[in-house]
Every structure is written in structure tokens, then in C-alpha cells.
Design a protein around this ligand. Structure first.
Ligand code: NAI
Length: 350
């Protein structure tokens, strides 16, 4: 069987840092394992037309959200042998899930593998925005000492209201990590937690329209599905409190690109941060790169070296089971032989 691994180019870092398992060259540390199992592993960083000849006879495709290979309906139609689509990480919207299900395929991701990594990044970016870190840092690098300009946009997080949209594994870890900051945490999810879970996390449920105007900071932590595509459109951004901050480490398409630029430029939002873009890699002229008051990074929050080890182990487990003709770990499954089984996705597709 042919397994295709599509990931970002590791360049010289691939050799210098062997723990960088998630790049194309280091192939999740699985080259020898796949060969010993009697199969072929092909690695590439091609995501454009150059990828298509490699996909033609692939049985398994492993993609990564950090350098997504968009496996569209059209591409799937040209892949007669494909049986299994895997995400090395969490968030499988780079696969056309509806088309994969129609074909009877199985789609899995390494659930939980990088949820702590993302939650830490969310906390970092919330503080970076609220404390006005980026201008302060740039002032130092530029030789300046402009206290007034920096302090004029700097706040304490304490006492603020933070909203979490999507209270799953990452959302809950963000809530727990916010506790020592003495903030009020409200959340919206299409599946409400139990009262006991809300008490343990110290969070209060609000419908989305009620949450938007009361939050000083909102963190988006829901998957990209037809239900969340551009969920934060012009109207919902306008409902947010004037001067609020938005952090999105979920998926770029959950926020309308142009509406966000307008909201940040007008000052309606005080700042935006996150690490997810559409498309990825973000083109050089992507308007979020140059809009004011942002603190964005490339898509890196879920790919610390620790996270790479965890999702590499998860992919090894998936392949071992698949080669042995066994089902994937239940927690990893999004679509099993054409049937949506993950509750985070199934409501939006079935
Ligand atoms: P999860 O499945 O544990 O939680 C997702 C939550 O979102 C669930 O509680 C689900 O009910 C909720 N949800 C689904 N549709 C919703 C809707 N329409 N409105 C409100 N809530 C909705 O997933 P996890 O691990 O917390 O990850 C969430 C997302 O974060 C992933 O799907 C992925 O897109 C993104 N992610 C980003 C990473 C990065 O490196 N930036 C790394 C890992 C995940």
C-alpha cells in the first residue's frame, strides 16, 4: 500500500532538530515502521497541482493542519485506491469530509494530541493583546521608551469577562488556565455542558448572541464545519463589545477576513490574535498580516515539539491498526467507513 505524507518543509532544521517529527523530511519518525510493515511511505511538501500525481494510487493520505493539503471532492474523485485519511494533529477541515463520507472512507485525527499546546498559546495571546505587548516589544527593539503610547492601550486581565466559543477539549483547558486571573468566564457551545461540569470549570453558559456583547475577550475554539464557516461575520463582529479582543486558534475561515479587517481598523475591536488563516500558508498580501493591532503567528500553536511526539505516536497507532485490518481508536474517528461518528462534527454534516 502507498501512504502519502504531506507536510511543511523542514529545511536545515529537519536535521538539526530530529524531534521536529512533523516536517515532511522527518515523516513523523515513521519511515522505517511503514517499510517494515511492507508498505511504501512517500513524503512531500507539494500541496498544489504537483501533489496530484502522488495521490493517484495512494491508499492512505496523512495531512497536517499546519501546512494543509486541501483534499477536495475533485481530488478525491481522482484517487480510486484511497481508504483512509488521517490528520497529524486536530482539525480535519482540509479534507472534504462530506465527500469522504459519501465515498465510504474513514477519516481520523489524533484527538487530544495538542490541546494543551493550543490552550497555552491562547493564554499567551490573550495577555499579549490585553497588555499591549507587541508595540512595547517593538518600541524596545527600535530604541524607544514611549511609556505613554504603550500604557495608553494596556489593561489588566483581572475582572474582565472572557468568552469561549466551543467548550471542548481546548476550550475547557483555556477555562481552567484562566482561573488564577480572576476573570468571569462565559461560554457558548452547541452542546451545553452539565451543571456539574460548569461548576468544576467555573463557567456560565450563554447563547452566542448574548455572549458577544458582554465579553472583553473572546476565544474561538470550535472546529470549522458548515455551521461555523464565517460564524464571526460582519453582523456578529458588530455585536461584540466596542474595544473587545478576539483570539482565534481554531480555523481562519470561522472569521470573515474582510469584516475583521474593517472591525480592527475602525477600532470597534481593540485587537485580534491567533495562528490560523485561510488559505494556508497565508499569501504575502493576506490583509491580516498588515492590519493594525494584531498579534498573529503562523499556524504553530498546536505543533510544539511535545505535541509533535504525541501526534506522531497517534498516527503510528492508526497505521498499525489499519495495516492489521482493525478499526481505529474510537476517540480518533471522525468518519468511519462513510458514517460520521464524532459528535463535534456529526451534527453539522448529518
Ligand atoms: P473538541 O472536539 O474537543 O471541541 C470542539 C468543541 O466545539 C466541542 O465542544 C463542540 O461541541 C464545539 N462545537 C462544534 N460546533 C460548534 C458550533 N457550531 N458552535 C459552537 N460550538 C461548536 O476539539 P478541540 O480539541 O477542542 O479542538 C477544537 C478545534 O481547534 C479543532 O477542531 C481545530 O480546528 C482547532 N485546533 C487548532 C490547533 C492549532 O494548532 N491552532 C490545534 C488543535 C486544534
Amino acid at each position: 500500500m502507498k501512504v502519502v505524507w504531506v507536510a511543511y518543509p523542514g529545511g536545515p532544521t529537519a536535521k538539526e532538530v530530529p524531534e521536529l517529527l512533523g516536517c515532511a523530511e522527518n515523516a513523523l519518525g515513521l519511515k522505517e515502521f511503514v517499510r517494515q510493515q511492507g508498505h511504501e511511505l512517500v513524503t512531500t511538501s507539494e500541496t498544489g497541482p504537483g501533489l496530484e500525481p502522488l495521490l493517484q494510487d495512494a491508499t492512505v493520505v496523512i495531512a497536517t493542519p499546519f501546512w494543509p493539503a486541501y483534499i477536495t471532492r475533485e481530488r478525491l474523485a481522482k484517487m480510486p485506491n484511497v481508504q483512509l485519511l488521517l490528520t497529524a494533529g486536530v482539525g480535519s477541515d482540509h479534507f472534504d469530509l462530506a465527500a469522504a463520507a459519501e465515498r465510504g472512507l474513514t477519516v481520523g485525527e489524533v484527538t487530544g494530541s495538542n490541546v494543551v499546546s493550543v490552550a497555552e498559546h491562547v493564554l499567551m495571546q490573550v495577555l499579549i493583546l490585553v497588555r499591549n505587548f507587541v508595540p512595547a516589544y517593538l518600541d524596545v527593539v527600535g530604541g524607544g521608551w514611549d511609556i505613554a503610547k504603550i500604557a495608553g492601550r494596556s489593561h489588566d486581565l483581572e475582572g474582565k469577562t472572557v468568552g469561549i466559543v466551543g467548550m471542548g477539549r481546548i476550550g475547557q483547558r483555556v477555562a481552567l488556565r484562566l482561573r488564577p486571573f480572576d476573570v468571569r468566564v462565559v461560554y457558548y457551545d452547541n452542546r451545553r455542558l452539565t451543571t456539574a461540569e460548569e461548576e468544576v470549570l467555573g463557567v456560565r453558559y450563554l447563547a452566542l448572541d448574548a455572549l458577544l456583547p458582554v465579553c472583553d475577550v473572546i476565544s474561538i475554539n470550535a472546529p470549522l464545519t458548515p455551521a461555523t464557516d464565517r460564524l464571526f461575520d460582519r453582523a456578529r463582529l458588530a455585536r461584540m463589545k466596542r474595544g473587545a479582543y478576539l483570539v482565534n486558534t481554531a480555523r481562519g475561515r470561522i472569521v470573515d477576513t474582510d469584516a475583521l479587517v474593517a472591525a480592527v481598523k475602525s477600532g470597534h475591536l481593540a485587537g485580534y490574535a491567533g495562528d490560523v488563516w485561510y488559505p494556508q500558508p497565508a499569501p504575502k498580501d493576506h490583509p491580516w498580516r498588515s492590519m493594525p493591532n494584531h498579534a498573529m503567528t503562523p499556524h504553530v500553536s498546536g505543533t510544539t515539539l511535545e505535541a509533535q511526539r504525541r501526534y506522531a505516536d497517534g498516527i503510528r497507532d492508526c497505521l498499525a491498526r489499519f495495516f492489521a485490518g482493525k478499526p481505529l481508536d474510537r476517540d480518533y474517528l471522525i468518519v468511519e467507513n462513510g458514517k460520521f461518528v464524532s459528535p463535534s462534527y456529526s451534527y453539522a454534516f448529518t
